[in-house]
Design a protein around this ligand. Structure first.
Ligand code: KG4
Ligand code: ZN
Length: 349
């Protein structure tokens, strides 16, 4: 356990800037969430239909210090109370990562505080353990982790919060990316996931039988490009030169959204439970932006339970990018003695 200056568990300031959220948070002892502050760039990037790296980097630069100040103010604490600084170093947009990393290094240096670098994907997975009592007694590991976000869709075998090995990944699009592309086809705008699932609430998930990928040789993995194309053909037809129809003229739009969502969720749940069985693992942690999806949460929990397994999710607020997960996993790295010096670097991979 890493002790803080007051003798209690260490208070870690987490900083996250890997993509389009600038975030800071204070977490004590890796589990007690003290405060969280997030500035989302979604509205800035919406006009381009996706994240523009240059624009993201510049926005992080203007928001990083206000967001850190906000996290401290919400907690009614100052930097004097902080015991260590944790920061996302990879993977992500390098120009964005460097903004958070530079702020973290400056604070660590001036305040003479330990600095720890955190892997963004491992932190997403850690978030799924933070709010559950079961995690405290070490009953979670080893487990299977499903990370489903805009940039990643992968299964990992996790031996501990800091030891993860990739078992399967997507052969093409990430699940969140498929949601975002289908949102575009349905004229829903960016970011697409929450809008597609909102529309799906009023639709019939069995209206259309969209394809669910299954690898031919039985090797684990995901694929969403066939599904995405099936939705595109359904809405626009197969003529690549044809324009997308205006949103209001798309027939059965809610049914398309619901049937698409059901296909993604089926594929994610089937493959996750299949791999869990194969690996002999009884706990599944689900994390990343798509873990906000209510259908995925419902189906994964009930089907895992029927199979005698347990599926844990973070609260929706900690599924998408945030700094609570960075401060949380940062505490574990600190406790394991994995501190870094000022040569700590960022990496896109
Ligand atoms: O983890 P995240 O915030 O950022 C990445 O690291 O990518 O995930 C963002 C992704 C986006 O693709 C977004 O459309 C998707 O998560 N997402 C959802 C939902 N909320 C966010 N997808 C499906 N259903 C949702 N409710
Ligand atoms: Zn993320």
């Amino acid at each position: 356990m890493a002790r803080g200056r007051s003798g209690g568990k260490a208070l870690v300031l987490g900083i996250e800037s890997s993509c389009d959220e600038t975030a800071a948070a204070l977490v004590r002892g890796g589990r007690e969430i003290v405060s969280s502050s997030i500035h989302s760039q979604a509205a800035i990037h919406a006009q381009w239909g996706g994240v523009v790296p240059e624009v993201a980097g510049r926005s992080h630069l203007t928001k990083i210090l206000p967001v850190i100040d906000d996290a401290l103010a919400k907690a009614q604490l100052t930097l004097d109370d902080v015991d260590a600084i944790a920061v996302t170093t990879r993977p992500g947009l390098v120009g964005s990562l460097l903004v958070g990393l530079s702020a973290a290094k400056a604070l660590a240096w001036v305040r003479e505080l330990p600095l720890v670098g955190v892997h963004h994907i491992e932190a997403h997975v850690y978030a799924a353990t933070m709010e559950h009592e079961v995690a405290a007694n070490g009953g979670v590991y080893p487990c299977l982790a499903l990370v489903v976000s805009g940039g990643h869709t992968a299964l990992y075998r996790a031996e501990s919060p800091l030891e993860m090995r990739s078992l399967a990944t997507t052969r093409d699009d990430a699940a969140g990316e498929a949601f975002d592309k289908v949102a575009h086809v349905l004229g829903l705008g960016y970011p697409g996931g929450p809008r597609v699932s909102k529309l799906a609430e009023g639709g019939n998930p069995r209206a259309f039988d969209f394809p669910r990928f299954r690898s031919k040789d039985g090797s684990p993995g995901f694929s969403f490009s066939g599904l995405k194309t099936a939705v595109l053909y359904h809405v626009r037809g197969q003529d690549a030169r044809a324009a997308l129809p205006p949103p209001e003229s798309i027939r059965d739009r809610a049914d398309v959204a619901a049937s698409f969502e059901a296909a993604v969720v089926d594929a994610l749940v089937d493959e996750t439970l299949r791999v869990a069985r194969r690996e002999g693992l009884r706990t599944v942690l689900v994390a990343g932006g798509v873990a906000c999806n209510q259908r995925l949460r419902r189906e994964m929990k009930s089907r895992a339970e029927s199979a005698g397994l347990r599926a844990l999710f973070p609260s929706p607020a900690y599924c998408t990018d945030n700094a609570v997960m960075i401060a949380g996993l940062g505490y574990e790295a600190l406790a394991a003695g994995r501190t870094a010096d000022l040569a700590l670097d960022a990496s896109s991979r």
